[in-house]
Structures are given as structure tokens and as C-alpha cells.
Design a protein around this ligand. Structure first.
Ligand SMILES: Cc1cc2nc3c(=O)[nH]c(=O)nc-3n(C[C@H](O)[C@H](O)[C@H](O)COP(=O)(O)OP(=O)(O)OC[C@H]3O[C@@H](n4cnc5c(N)ncnc54)[C@H](O)[C@@H]3O)c2cc1C
Length: 286
């Protein structure tokens, strides 16, 4: 008999422990994979699933039966003087601590964000004119037969908040990053500056999932929401941040329904007043 390598939680795993918005309720089925082998087994046993990383751009519906799968294995390996392999389940905070110790610069732009490297690569995490694609050398992932495979950076089809892996729903196992050698004290300063820059513009101390909507071709989603005077608008426990109009915060016991209702209200308002369709950036299991 083949041993089961992953751990399953049925109706007992709180959404608050899976997502940074920490909404209410439990997921019907959560599968925790402590290794790549466990993830391969889980993908085989549950072909239709939602892969979650840090849950920092995800909302979960307690009534959706799709199993939620997470790779918790976290490791960082130096494979050349300025190249690292970072596994998908590694939190960016851990990666940054190691990068600082080894004097490797590049990923500091994500300091302060509760994301994991797999989700960041899938989403092509970006800010301030840069995105993670800039440092990706190649990506280790599971192909359609759930076999480990590699994709070079040029085949990753990185676009604004998307990638080949997101478009094709393929699990990322890890990625190689080419970073720049730098002085650890300089990296520490850059990290502190990045966190400070976020702290002054984003509700970093609140329960949030970052941006609600992608910026439309016509301009900034935050500006559109702001000009419709929706900062501070609240439905149940879900509220438009007073600090950043494209951020939603959970100010109490926000439910999935509160979150969806607020997203729909904002989309409707902007559609009616500005004739612009806002597309969600935040992800959810289908
Ligand atoms: C305070 C705050 C600030 C933020 N600032 C920014 C910002 O400046 N720029 C920005 O781009 N985003 C920002 N975000 C949003 C979020 O951090 C990013 O989208 C991040 O890339 C998501 O990573 P995650 O691991 O949390 O992904 P999750 O939310 O877990 O998942 C997001 C998507 O990635 C997929 N995914 C997750 N793991 C994997 C994997 N191993 N393989 C394949 N697919 C996977 C999921 O299925 C889903 O489609 C912010 C969020 C917060 C809370």
C-alpha cells in the first residue's frame, strides 16, 4: 500500500489561517503537502484543486468544495555565487533574511508582504516599476502529467500579474533567481526603506489581501475608486481602506459574502460612473 504523504483537514481548517484577509469560516477540504512528492500525490488524487501560497491575494468561499492545496516545504539553496533556488512554499520574509546573509540583492521590493515565492512567480508580483520576472532564471513546476519539469524565463509568459503557470493552472515547485551581489548592510537598508514606503501608503498592519482590482488600461484602479469617494465604504466587516483605495481590509468578522458584495459594489459604481470595467486582481478557487 502506498503511504499517503499529505495531510488532509476536512471542514476544520480556518480560512483565517490560509489567507491574509482572514475572513470567516472553514474550507471544506484543505490538503497540506510537506514535500514535492506529497504535492505530486495530492495533484494526482485531487486533479481539480486550488493551489494556495501565502494567501495574500486570495479569497476563499467556505461553500466552495474545491480542495485547497498548499506546498509547505520551504528551502533556499545557493547554486552559484549569484543564483539561488527558492522553493515555492518559502515565505518572502524568510528568503529575504537569507538573501541578506548571503549579500544577494533584488527581491527587496517585496519586503513586508506576506506572500510565498510560488504565488509571487505565478502572479508576477510587482511594484514601483519592477516585477519578479526580472530576477527569474527558470521555473521548476509540475507538467500536465504531474511530472517535475523546467521552464526557462523566456517561456514563462510573464505579463502584468500573470504568467504561463497561472494561465495554465500548473503548480510551481520553486524557481531559480539571478540576483546581484551587494553589501548586507545595504540590503538591510533597502528592505527597511521598502517596508517604510509600504507602511506609509498601504494598510500593512490590517488584515488585507493587497489590490482588489487590476489597473485598467485607462489608468489607476485606486484613483477610480477614490474619485468615486469609496474610501471607507463598508459592507459587513469588509471595508475599502481609508489609506489606499484599491486595498480592502477586514475590520471585524468579514465573511466571503461581505467581500464579494463590496467588490461587486465597487465594480458597479465605477462601471456606471466611469464606464470602465474593473477586473479583479484577487484570486479565488472556481
Ligand atoms: C499588504 C500587501 C501588499 C501587497 N503588495 C503587492 C504589491 O506591491 N505587488 C503585487 O504584485 N502584489 C501585492 N500584494 C498581493 C500578493 O502579495 C501578491 O499577488 C503575491 O504574488 C501573492 O503571493 P501568495 O503566495 O500570497 O499567493 P496566493 O494568494 O496564495 O495565490 C495567488 C495566485 O497564485 C497561485 N499560486 C500560489 N502558489 C502557487 C504555486 N506554488 N504554483 C502555482 N500557482 C500558485 C494561486 O493559485 C493564485 O492564483 C500585496 C498583498 C498584501 C497583503
Amino acid at each position: 500500500m502506498i503511504p499517503v504523504l499529505f495531510k488532509t483537514f476536512e471542514t476544520s481548517y480556518p480560512i483565517a489561517r490560509l489567507t491574509s484577509i482572514q475572513s470567516t469560516g472553514h474550507v471544506p477540504l484543505y490538503i497540506e503537502c510537506p514535500s514535492v512528492e506529497a504535492l505530486i500525490q495530492a495533484c494526482h488524487d485531487y486533479p481539480a484543486h486550488y493551489l494556495i501560497g501565502g494567501g495574500s491575494n486570495t479569497i476563499l468561499d467556505p461553500d466552495n468544495k474545491t480542495p485547497i492545496v498548499r506546498l509547505t516545504e520551504s528551502s533556499i539553496e545557493k547554486i552559484a555565487p549569484n543564483r539561488l533556488y527558492i522553493s515555492a512554499g518559502t515565505p518572502i520574509a524568510k528568503a529575504l533574511r537569507q538573501c541578506t546573509d548571503w549579500g544577494l540583492s533584488g527581491l527587496e521590493l517585496a519586503a513586508g508582504v506576506p506572500a510565498c515565492l510560488g504565488g509571487m512567480v505565478a502572479m508576477n508580483f510587482g511594484c514601483w516599476g519592477n516585477s519578479i520576472a526580472k530576477w527569474v532564471h527558470r521555473v521548476h513546476y509540475l507538467d500536465a502529467l504531474n511530472q517535475p519539469a523546467w521552464r526557462s524565463m523566456t517561456d514563462c509568459e510573464f505579463t502584468y500579474r500573470s504568467s504561463w503557470f497561472k494561465q495554465n493552472n500548473r503548480p510551481i515547485l520553486g524557481a531559480e533567481f539571478t540576483l546581484t551581489q551587494s553589501d548586507p548592510s545595504l540590503i538591510r537598508t533597502t528592505i527597511a526603506a521598502a517596508v517604510e514606503r509600504r507602511r506609509t501608503a498601504q494598510p500593512l498592519r490590517d488584515k488585507t489581501y493587497g489590490s482588489m482590482f487590476l489597473n485598467p488600461p485607462q489608468g489607476s484602479a485606486a484613483q477610480l475608486i477614490d474619485t468615486n469617494q469609496l474610501k471607507g465604504y463598508q459592507i459587513g466587516g469588509a471595508k475599502v481602506s481609508c489609506m489606499h483605495a484599491n486595498f480592502m481590509v477586514n475590520v471585524g468578522h468579514a465573511s466571503f459574502q461581505d467581500i464579494r458584495a463590496l467588490l461587486s459594489f465597487i465594480q458597479g459604481t465605477v462601471q456606471i460612473n466611469n464606464h470602465i470595467t474593473l477586473e479583479p486582481e484577487v484570486c479565488q478557487a472556481l
